[in-house]
Design a protein around this ligand. Structure first.
Ligand code: DAH
Length: 337
């Protein structure tokens, strides 16, 4: 047997030793490899017939064969005496370990639900960058740099002059820049503002933007679609109301409320006794916005809306403090499935 055959045989022996599940099995391996009629004596016996030039090396490997196997047997014996390795202690009849499945974050659940509702109305999902140009976030939305409404949307500016978007409304611009009308999209995503964190504010939060542009789109379409949203989200009895408001990129602009799903509109703690829950802003796309993106405001009209996802989730799931949504406490998060 030459040196490399001895090494190979030794490795097979070491594997057999490791696999021996008890003292008897181990002893059988020992006898087979090192016993009087085992492999080692036959290696030694054959030594004299080998090429003299190789005998030295074969002899060394034969010694290593013996020593390494003996050491392995002793080590395995100690292991078995002390109860075996962890693998030996495995009881294959025990039930497997249970790894609990994660759950969707309530913010993602809310986005998913709103998305599904608008999909049923024929909307597709559009996306835009979190790092926006000043043009897309403000100017193209009819909000020039001296416009006072920029003040309430102060954000994080980058050295390049780009900014972290304060709203998902710039996605409206990007979509209209990239395709002719008609447009029917929603755009869920993350937004940023330099707000100090409190129970209802967070420096980053999420919005779902909506935009529907075609010939003859009216405020009635907006009201109809948002009413459908209210029913799907909160139940068939919820009503919708518009209040006049101002946004630079819509004319007319509204804020819209859902009738309180807790008290049905009679007044309770959830709606601060008003019977209504403020949802967010919307309106008819301002002709100036159409001009910026090259749409003809004499031909098309459109509605737009934007809603705060955290706010919707807090209303729907009865969450009192927005910070719960960002503390990553699984006891809180796993309640939402
Ligand atoms: N982007 C507005 C905000 O963050 C919300 C909004 C109002 C979006 C009216 C709209 C809209 O699309 O038409 O306050």
């Amino acid at each position: 047997m030459n040196a490399s055959e001895i090494i190979k045989l030794k490795q097979t022996g070491i594997q057999a030793i490791a696999a021996a599940g008890g003292e008897q099995e181990l002893e059988a391996v020992r006898v087979a490899y090192l016993g009087r009629k085992g492999h080692l004596p036959s290696i030694m016996k054959g030594l004299k017939d080998e090429d003299p030039a190789e005998r030295g090396e074969i002899g060394r490997e034969a010694n290593a064969f013996k020593n390494d196997l003996m050491n392995a047997i002793n080590a395995r014996r100690t292991e078995l005496e002390s109860g075996g390795t962890e693998a030996d202690a495995l009881d294959h009849s025990l039930p497997g370990q249970w790894h609990s499945c994660g759950t969707l974050h309530p913010v993602n659940l809310m986005i998913e639900e709103i998305t599904q509702i608008f999909r049923r109305l024929g909307f597709t999902v559009a996306d835009g960058p979190d790092i926006e140009t000043e043009y897309h976030n403000f100017d193209a939305l009819n909000t020039p740099s001296d416009h006072p409404s920029r003040d309430i949307q102060d954000t994080f500016w980058l050295d390049s002059g780009a900014l972290l978007r304060t709203q998902t409304s710039p996605v409206q611009i990007r979509v209209m820049e990239s395709q002719p009308p008609p447009v029917r999209i929603i755009a869920p995503g993350r937004c940023y503002r330099r707000d100090t964190t409190d129970a209802t504010h967070s420096a980053n939060f999420h919005q779902v933007e909506g935009l529907y542009v075609d010939q003859g789109v009216s405020l009635a379409d907006l009201k109809g679609d948002l009413t459908y949203l209210a029913h799907e989200l909160m139940g068939p009895d919820v009503r919708l109301r518009f209040r006049p408001h101002f946004f630079p990129f819509t004319e007319p602009s509204v804020e819209y409320d859902f009738s309180c799903h807790m008290c049905g509109g009679d007044g309770c703690r959830t709606c601060k006794n008003s019977g209504w829950i403020e949802i967010s802003g919307a309106g008819m796309v301002d002709p100036r916005v159409f001009e910026k993106v090259g749409y003809d405001p004499d031909v098309v009209t459109g509605y737009a809306f934007g809603m705060g996802v955290e706010r919707m989730a807090m209303i729907k799931y009865g969450v009192q403090d927005i910070r719960h949504l960002y503390e990553n406490d699984v006891r809180f998060l796993q309640q939402f499935k």
